[in-house]
Ligand binder design. Structure first.
Ligand SMILES: Cc1cc2nc3c(=O)[nH]c(=O)nc-3n(C[C@H](O)[C@H](O)[C@H](O)COP(=O)(O)OP(=O)(O)OC[C@H]3O[C@@H](n4cnc5c(N)ncnc54)[C@H](O)[C@@H]3O)c2cc1C
Length: 451
């Protein structure tokens, strides 16, 4: 009997790594190092033909296949699968006159923004430049520009996929309405995507940056955040974050080891308009840092200074029904002194994110006006336990102000996929999965049938 590595090398052009190969133990690791994904083999596919060959092999041998760009969204559900790494599929074709970009599965947001920014156009990126456009978009994708243009998944025009039988297809609203709907927010459970066609939007000028104060300013900054977001136009996005900078050498002074409160913001428009809209924050004394300025689109990924190298982390997200006096008081009481978490963040949603649009995908819209994100570093298993408990404690304290729905891209380990969708959406997703992939060949990080 031959090994899985030998078998796969016979059918694909890309690099195959299997247990016993020198580089396997490193190659199998996801970006989120807190997840120890125990996969059977890793295939760094070169093209759609490789993807099809892996799926046909997996189906024949009764094993699962999972696609992963970087692995920011890794979960233990990927254990036992063949891991298809899409990082070599880096093609980008921007068609400015049609306001469309064709994006291959391994493209990261930073690269796409560099390409579209030259034309004064943007896709719908989130905060990290190294998250893949495909992984993020399949899960809905909550963007800096979502208040103006909605969820990223709803801006997809077409997918090129390999289905659970290993057949290639070009999927549009007309060609395959069920699959097109499921892929737009239902995650990676339905097909392996090799490339997508996404809408671009005008962004000729952009303003953005971060304001930072010592942590004891949190009550004043939260008050200002509530006032500014209550009347913000859809072009303005503002996020409030209580954070702890690690006491590590790579963090510059005076931030090293500091507990702080931040306002991160973008404005799709001129800097004088942005400054006027954000003026309220300038009334709060003690600013440590103010990086706000007119900026190039590809500098967007630097605003929140999130890590771009692999780290072990654990996230949790809850959607808040509002941010009135009671919610603000409960938040400050529960999250004051955020340790052992690294960040407690409230993102303003609303605008186009909250408006139902005909023809939208499984992600639908998000009626809740704010998202609470809780992020912890987990360098050791003991740290994981402490982070999990602190996240649960803060979530519990705010439970009366949440709907229970969780955004798919914020689902943490152990959370149920069903929490991301209304009941009717979940049942349609499950039905599509059963019909399109009865043998369960394609496995996502948050499977619709398992949890
Ligand atoms: C620092 C940081 C910032 C973030 N900011 C945001 C944000 O602003 N907004 C937001 O909505 N989310 C955000 N996220 C969450 C992020 O969108 C998810 O982690 C998402 O999974 C994308 O990460 P990835 O590209 O590494 O995907 P991966 O972890 O590589 O993939 C995630 C899942 O997507 C599916 N998938 C990926 N590629 C394919 C493919 N080609 N075909 C089929 N299925 C596929 C698979 O099921 C896979 O398990 C952030 C995450 C981090 C770590």
């Amino acid at each position: 009997m031959t090994s899985i590595g030998t078998d796969l090398r016979r059918v694909v052009r890309g690099r195959v790594l299997a247990p016993g190969d020198d580089a396997f133990e490193t190659a199998r690791l996801p970006w989120n190092r807190a997840i120890d994904q125990q996969v059977r083999a890793v295939v760094e596919i070169e093209d759609a033909a490789d993807a099809a060959a892996v799926i046909r092999y997996a189906k024949l041998h009764g094993v699962g296949v999972t696609a992963q760009a970087g692995g920011h969204g890794a979960s233990s559900h990927l254990d036992g699968t063949i891991l298809v790494r899409t990082g070599r599929l880096r093609g980008i074709d921007v068609r400015p006159e049609q306001r469309i970009a064709q994006v291959e599965a391994g493209v990261q947001w930073g690269d796409l923004l560099l390409a579209t920014g030259k034309h004064g156009l943007t896709g719908l990126p989130g905060s990290s430049p190294v998250v893949s456009v495909t992984g993020y978009t399949l899960g809905g994708g909550m963007s800096w520009f979502g208040r103006r243009y909605g969820l990223a998944a709803n801006a997809v025009r077409a997918f090129d996929v390999v289905d659970a039988d290993g057949a290639r297809a070009h999927v549009t609203a007309e060609s395959d309405p069920d699959l097109f709907w499921a892929l737009r927010g239902g995650g990676g459970d339905f097909a392996l995507v090799t490339s997508m066609e996404v809408d671009l939007h005008p962004a000729p000028v952009l303003y953005g940056g971060r304001l930072l104060w010592p942590a004891d300013r949190a009550p004043q900054v939260l008050d200002a955040f509530r006032e500014v977001t209550a009347t913000a136009p859809d072009e303005l996005t503002v996020w409030f974050t209580m954070l702890r900078f690690p006491p590590l050498p790579h963090v510059p002074e005076p931030l090293r080891g500091l507990a702080a409160v931040a306002i991160d913001t973008t404005y799709l428009g001129a800097d004088d308009e942005a400054r006027a809209l954000l003026q309220r924050f300038e009334t709060i004394p003690g600013t440590i840092l103010d990086t706000r300025a007119p900026m190039a689109l590809d500098a967007l990924g630097g605003i929140c200074a999130e890590p771009t190298q692999p780290v072990p982390g654990m996230q949790r997200g809850d959607l808040l029904v509002g941010l009135d006096d009671d919610v603000a008081a409960d938040l400050l009481a529960a999250a004051g002194g955020i340790a052992p978490l690294a960040a407690v963040q409230v993102r303003h949603l609303g605008g186009a994110l909250s408006r139902p649009t005909p023809g939208s995908g499984a992600c639908g819209h998000l009626a809740e006006p704010y998202l609470l994100g809780l992020l912890g570093p987990v360098p050791t298993p003991e740290a994981a336990q402490a982070v999990r408990e602190r996240q649960a404690e803060i979530s519990r304290a705010l439970m009366a102000h949440t709907t229970g729905r969780k955004p798919y891209t914020y689902l943490g380990g152990g959370e149920k996929t069903a929490a991301a969708f209304p009941r009717d959406v979940m049942s349609r997703l499950r039905d599509i999965k059963r019909r399109r992939d009865p043998a369960g060949v394609i496995r996502s990080n948050h499977p619709v049938l398992i949890s």
